[in-house]
Design a protein around this ligand. Structure first.
Ligand code: NAP
Length: 269
């Protein structure tokens, strides 16, 4: 039976996930369909989709990752990465109900450590932001063995609250960050909103700067800002998006696609 997959979100028309997963499926010789599913609310949309016998799985994007976690935990099961994040971005249809996973952290680590050759073991890492994206990557980041992991957020209380759930994470107000970091990861939505970050310049000097946000046609605002202020290198989150998609594909189909040809295809428009 040909299986159906969707990405559930609102808005979702802009999503690159259908393109990425169709490229994975073509390379693997799998007959699947992958579409966007615009949902006013998560539960009714997910229940209708997963009730169909040919549903294989779903990705979940803004603003539904927390709803997806609650739904999978209630009606099926969740993975350790999903429990740590309290959020789900990939769901597998199983005979025992939906299985919710979170592949964002693994995707980020794959992009940093394999694609960009930046091993994090023993490194000083600065993570900016304390929203859903930061929460989703803290566990995998800690397991990579950094010497130091600082979590800085504009609203300092949110960083303090989030750091309580993860041993070894040092919370800090964004404006108080000093230098000395090997890797700086922007998990705020400032680039997406077109805003600047009130981050002291010393924080990024000499470090490699990674923006989880991405733009196909140009640098993100954060990447440009860091490049102009002495960053050792910059990268945006397109690689993370492709790697988290590959982890979703592995969950659904049992094979991890080769991501390099897909990254090359997207880079060429
Ligand atoms: P979110 O839950 O809404 O959190 C937003 C965070 O950004 C908060 O910590 C907020 O700080 C901070 N922020 C917003 N505007 C800011 C500004 N002008 N200055 C400083 N801090 C600011 O959003 P999210 O779901 O975590 O997503 C964050 C980003 O990650 C988005 O750009 C998203 O596209 C990206 N992302 C990418 C991938 C990928 O695969 N590449 C995956 C997941 C997410 P306060 O607490 O002070 O409000």
């Amino acid at each position: 039976m040909s299986r159906r997959y969707v990405v559930i979100g609102n808005p979702v028309a802009h999503s690159l996930s259908p393109r990425i997963h169709r490229l994975f499926a073509r390379a693997a010789g799998h007959a699947i369909s992958y579409e966007t599913l615009l949902a006013p609310a998560f539960r009714p949309a997910a229940e209708r989709f997963f009730a169909a016998p040919d549903s294989g799985g779903a990705n979940v994007t803004l603003p539904f990752k927390l709803d997806a976690y609650a739904w999978a935990a209630e009606h099926g099961s969740t993975t350790v990465n999903a429990d740590e994040a309290g959020a789900v971005n990939a769901i597998l249809a199983t005979p025992r109900g939906p299985r919710g996973d979170n592949t964002d952290g693994v995707g980020l680590l794959r992009d940093l450590q394999q694609n960009l050759s930046l091993p994090l073991a023993g490194k000083a890492v600065l993570l900016l932001g304390a929203g859903g994206a930061a929460r989703g990557v803290l566990g995998p980041l800690l397991r990579a063995g950094p010497r130091r992991l600082t979590l800085a957020n504009r609203t300092a209380e949110r960083a303090q609250e989030l750091a309580k759930a993860f041993d070894g994470v040092e919370p800090m107000p964004l404006a108080a960050v000093c230098g000395g970091y090997d890797v700086v990861i922007n998990a705020t939505s400032a680039s997406a909103l077109g805003d600047g970050l009130a981050l002291p310049e010393a924080a990024i000097e000499g470090g490699f700067c990674y923006d989880m946000f991405y733009r196909l046609e140009a640098d993100t605002a954060f990447c440009s800002w860091c490049r102009e202020r002495g960053a050792a290198g910059v990268a945006d989150g397109l690689g993370m998006l492709i790697e988290q998609a590959a982890e979703s594909y592995l969950l659904w189909r049992g094979v991890r696609p080769d991501t390099a040809p897909v990254a090359a295809a997207l880079a060429h428009g």
